[in-house]
Design a protein around this ligand. Structure first.
Ligand code: NAD
Length: 361
């Protein structure tokens, strides 16, 4: 980890994500030793951290990614591990035949652009990635006898009329708006995964992930935390869409991944979709003030019109994850933001232009 991040950690103590056993530790040791895992979307923000975590816990990992929004450099730590390999392929197309020899025990499907400007740039591909891509990975799971986990999203709730959102809330989603390629793709992928399990083909887990942030987010991808941090560090104005009173609940990446692996490893009958996210809800205005305070930025706020179908409120009900997995997030927003800011400082300070949506999947 970069020098600035180490310095920040020395001041604050490391966030959970950096307290893990270092990648490259003894091969095959750890609670997941012997497990063979495929991570689709491995080069992305969450996927790359998931690979590091699984390797640190002893699993052998094959990463799969088309590098659409991910970056190979996110996998620098994983690539140094003898039990990691990256295959570059698009899950919406026929999978490379060599994967059939992988003998996977677990398949995580995180492959899908998650930032609205990125997934809206290729809407048909986004929809097919969720539907056809999940289909291909489910077929692979069946052929290997693997358990499959779908990284679904809080976007399946759309602009919710129930607050906070429990898993049995069916959502308020547009089927035709600019976000539908992502939201409806994930909803269909949930259906596909559960129907595949009902047909006796493979075991399935579904995580409905709420806004997650942390190191390795792309500074230019239009998600609110990465955009604001990049803007603040570059001395640019902080962009707020709408009046800034819309809310989100931000989960630090290490907390999210602990929940994701716990859900994958949860044995027993089909638990149904499980919300994973941090229930501490804050407005975008408050987030902007926090980012400005922690970066020491004097940036002004500029306001832009709210994008179409942008949800007003978003807060997970995580009672089910607590009951089922004994999971809840533990990283305070300030600690997570400090770690994220330190990472962005260590990066090349990418310049960010305001993008038409801050609302992340
Ligand atoms: P990301 O864009 O950083 O990562 C997605 C990865 O998938 C990228 O590496 C991309 O290149 C790859 N990919 C996209 N389409 C592909 C395809 N057709 N074939 C192969 N690879 C493909 O996004 P992320 O934040 O890491 O999100 C990971 C997953 O979690 C996504 O499925 C997303 O929907 C879900 N999710 C994320 C959040 C969040 O806050 N980060 C919230 C809800 C859901």
């Amino acid at each position: 980890m970069e020098r600035e991040l180490r310095a920040a950690m020395a001041r604050k103590g490391p966030p959970a994500i950096l307290r893990r056993k270092p990648v490259g530790a003894a091969r095959g040791s750890g609670d997941l030793a012997g497990q063979r895992v495929l991570v689709a979307g491995a080069a992305g923000f969450l996927g790359s951290h998931l690979c590091d975590l699984l390797l640190a816990r002893g699993a052998a990992v094959v990463g799969l990614d088309n590098l659409q929004t991910g970056a190979a450099r996110n996998l620098a730590e994983a690539e140094a591990h003898p039990d990691f390999r990256l295959d570059v392929a698009d899950i919406s197309e026929t999978l490379p035949p060599r994967l059939r020899d992988g003998g996977f025990d677990r398949i995580y499907n995180l492959a899908c652009a998650a930032s609205p400007p990125r997934y809206q740039a290729r809407p048909v591909h986004t929809l097919l990635t969720s539907i056809l891509g999940s289909r291909h990975l489910l077929e692979l799971a069946e052929s290997c006898g693997a358990r499959f986990l779908l990284a679904s999203t809080s976007e399946v709730y759309g602009d919710p009329t129930v607050h906070p959102q429990p898993e049995d809330y069916r959502g308020n989603v547009s089927t035709t708006g600019p976000r539908a390629c992502y939201d409806e793709g994930k909803r269909a992928a949930e259906t596909l995964a559960l129907d595949t399990e009902r047909m006796g083909c493979c075991e399935v887990r579904i995580a409905r992930i709420f806004n997650t942030y942390g190191p390795r987010m792309a500074g230019s991808d239009g998600r609110v935390v990465s955009s604001m941090v990049s803007q603040a560090l570059a001395g640019e104005d902080l962009t707020i869409f709408g009046d800034g009173e819309q809310t989100r609940s931000f989960c630090f990446v290490s907390d999210l991944l602990d929940g994701l692996v716990a859900l994958m490893e949860h044995d027993g009958p089909q638990p149904g979709p499980v919300n994973l996210g941090n229930p501490d809800e804050i407005s975008i205005n408050v987030l902007a003030r926090e980012v400005a305070r922690l970066t020491g930025s004097r940036s002004a706020i500029v306001r832009r019109p709210l994008p179409v179908d942008d949800p007003r409120r978003r807060q997970p009900d995580i009672a089910k994850a607590g009951r089922l997995l004994g999971w809840r997030p533990t990283t305070p927003l300030e600690d997570g933001l400090r770690a994220t800011i330190a990472w962005f400082e260590a990066e090349a300070r990418p310049s960010v232009s305001a993008t038409p949506s801050q609302a992340v999947a």
